[in-house]
Write a protein that binds this ligand. Structure first.
Ligand code: CDP
Ligand code: CDP
Length: 225
């Protein structure tokens, strides 16, 4: 079973993916965490993010591991846990710049495909249906209004102890969506076979129920609308 979940920031992808994985007993792969971990390392090492050669050199020398523990994903970069650090506003700001590089994307896609070759997975990201799992059994495109997505992200940052300015969070998301959508390699896009779900007015529970009703626990499509 391969399930692809793509969509812009704050649409509810990881919340859905984690719960679907738990429900179906398959692996959840947070591909955004991989790009975030590399960005975190580049910032920590003061790498010039606009210098492609330097960045690519760093990417091939970096070991990123995702570990799964009671439904939570822990992220390790060269053996150091960076689960919390990779969610910082600074990493969020720079990650689309790192993720726009085609060689870095090739390295990440290769790693993600290797994981999916071994087992059933639900993966969330931007290019999962397009590049990583083009033959996925189901491709979902989650979205929500910019206002609602910014509200969700701001609430999360406050909970983590960051001082937030709502307009700044909204602008950061708008800018990141633009870079993710307009890049030449692996852009975020609705595919002809994507099932689009607008989660603006839906609770996480409602989104999970909708997806489960669309795929059925045995993986047969019951209804696609
Ligand atoms: O959680 P959120 O939606 O804010 O972002 P994420 O899934 O953690 O992804 C962070 C960033 O990584 C995205 O804005 C993209 O720039 C990049 N990314 C990507 O290019 N391709 C993926 N498959 C996943 C993430
Ligand atoms: O992965 P992505 O950036 O698409 O979104 P997320 O991290 O799953 O969700 C961002 C926040 O919105 C989380 O705190 C979720 O609990 C919340 N959320 C929500 O309020 N309603 C939904 N339908 C889905 C997520």
């Amino acid at each position: 079973m391969k399930i692809a979940i793509d969509g812009p920031a704050g649409a509810g992808k990881s919340t859905l993916a984690r719960r679907i994985a738990e429900r179906l007993g398959i692996l959840y792969v947070d591909t955004g965490a991989m790009y975030r971990a590399l960005t975190w390392k580049a910032l920590a090492n003061k790498v010039n993010l606009k210098d492609k050669a330097e960045l690519r050199n760093l990417a091939v020398r970096t070991d990123i591991t995702l570990a799964y523990n009671m439904g939570q994903v822990r992220v390790f970069c060269d053996g150091t846990e960076v689960t919390d650090e990779i969610r910082s506003p600074e990493v969020s700001r720079w990650v689309p710049v790192v993720a726009a590089d085609e060689e870095i994307r090739a390295i990440m896609v290769e790693k993600q495909q290797a994981i999916a070759r071994e087992q059933s997975v639900v993966m969330d990201g931007r290019d999962i249906g397009l590049c990583v799992l083009p033959d996925a059994d189901y491709k979902f495109y989650l979205t929500a209004s910019l206002e609602e997505r910014a509200r969700r992200r701001a609430k999360e940052l406050v909970k983590k102890g960051y001082k937030v300015n709502f307009q700044e969070v909204k602008e950061e998301i708008r800018e990141r969506d633009k870079l993710d959508t307009e890049r030449l390699v692996g852009p975020l896009t609705v595919l002809p076979d994507s099932i689009v779900i607008d989660t603006s007015d839906m609770s996480p529970d409602e989104v999970v129920s909708r997806v489960l009703s669309l795929i059925g626990e045995d993986g047969n499509v019951i209804q696609v609308s």
